[in-house]
Design a binder for this molecule. Structure first.
Ligand code: OSB
Ligand code: MG
Length: 373
């Protein structure tokens, strides 16, 4: 039994080294919501809620998660007889519509706690098979194509194994063509629109299609599985879905309709690791590749992503940059470092494989709430 006795929420403020701009908005001052679960024996598990400051990626935000966890999620979890983290996932899925990122934060902390309880690495508990995961970089929208090219070249120089470029209508063809030309065949180039296009942009997207990208991520709105299928039929480049895939059912729909050929899995977006594994397994059975996305996480969220990305069907590099790409100082010890374009999967200690720097977390905590029965 999980025997959760207490949940502690903390909001910390972490400043990104540079603003990160996607088609729907920009962020630099990250408000990160951390979840610490404690069981009756005093063991703890950590996770991070990937909800943003504003509802521009999905409807959820740090504030909606801070409403949902105390009010609706915690009462379903604390002091309840739940068999394991998968049972916790199903309990939340049964009783709560939406609030996937809030649910995921608690579910992922339960997996971390469970790994510590079993004395195994989180990666091993999830079914991981790799000791290193390949790293790709996601480059935000820049001021000029020249700035973007400079960033892309320095990423290739730094060892990243894939370059992803954020795009929006007008800041696309010329910008991406410049990156492709500069990077050449050294690493694959992909683009991510964060739902900035519509079918009225089909001609623009067909011009992007000619650049030989390895995928086009989420061109259309999250709910547009049918329109994505119409678009995919006109393009040779595989579409990769991110925002659209919020459950294993949506992955089934994608395959049934032909809405895309690749899935970006972010555990926070699908309600946690239980659904991430289910999507991974379904995709593997249907010849659909998956890779691990990122949400500008601190070292805690990254630990969960790295563990997940060690599963066998994560076939292309993830948005898994090292700590120093984002932060002057990360909140875990050791920080995440990149060597030869990979992050090492920590297999040598129980749980997520890094320790929370509690003293630093304490220093940068701006809000805290402890939930008990
Ligand atoms: O669409 O993958 C995305 C960041 C915030 C919101 C959405 C996305 C992203 C990224 C960042 O691409 C990837 C990273 O964490 O490095
Ligand atoms: Mg994306």
């Amino acid at each position: 039994m999980l025997d959760i006795a207490r949940i502690t929420l903390r909001e910390i403020h972490l400043r990104l080294k540079e603003p990160f701009r996607i088609s729907s908005g920009s962020t630099q001052e990250r408000r990160v919501l951390l979840v610490e679960l404690e069981d009756r024996s005093g063991l703890v598990g950590w996770a991070e809620c990937v909800a943003g400051e504003a509802p521009n990626y999905s409807a959820e935000t740090v504030d909606t998660a801070w409403l949902a966890i105390p009010k609706w999620i915690a009462p379903l979890i604390i002091g309840r007889a739940l068999q394991n983290p998968a049972a916790l996932f199903h309990e939340l899925e049964h009783s709560i519509r939406g609030h996937l990122m809030a649910r995921a934060a608690v579910e992922m902390a339960a997996w971390e706690l469970w790994a510590r309880r079993k004395g195994v690495a989180l990666a091993e508990l999830l079914g991981g098979v790799r000791d290193h995961v390949e790293t790709g970089i996601s480059l935000g929208i820049q001021a000029t194509p020249a700035d973007l090219v400079e960033k892309a070249l320095s990423a290739v120089q730094g060892g990243y194994r894939r370059i992803k470029v954020k795009i929006e209508p007008e800041r696309d063809i010329e910008w991406v063509a410049a990156v492709c030309e500069a990077v050449g065949s050294r690493v694959p180039v992909t683009v991510d629109a964060n739902a900035a296009y519509g079918l009225e942009h089909t001609e623009r997207l067909m011009r992007l299609d000619d650049l030989g990208l390895s995928m086009i991520e989420q061109p259309l709105e999250a709910g547009d599985l049918v329109r994505h299928a119409v678009l995919q039929r006109k393009l040779n480049t595989p579409l990769c879905l991110d925002e659209s895939i919020t459950s294993v059912d949506r992955a089934v729909d994608m395959v049934t309709l032909g809405s895309g050929r690749i899935i970006n899995i972010k555990p926070g977006r699908v309600g946690g690791l239980t659904a991430s594994i289910a999507i991974h397994d379904f995709a593997a059975e249907h010849g659909v590749g998956v890779w691990c996305g990122g949400m500008l996480e601190s070292g805690i969220g990254r630990a969960h992503n790295v563990a997940l990305a060690s599963l066998p069907n994560f076939v292309t590099p993830g948005d898994l940059s090292p700590s120093a790409r984002y932060w002057e100082r990360d909140i875990v010890v050791p920080e995440w470092t990149m060597a030869d374009g990979t992050l090492r999967v920590p297999a040598d200690r129980p749980g997520m494989g890094v320790e929370v720097d509690r003293e630093y977390v304490e220093q940068i905590t701006v809000r805290r709430e402890t939930l008990e029965r």
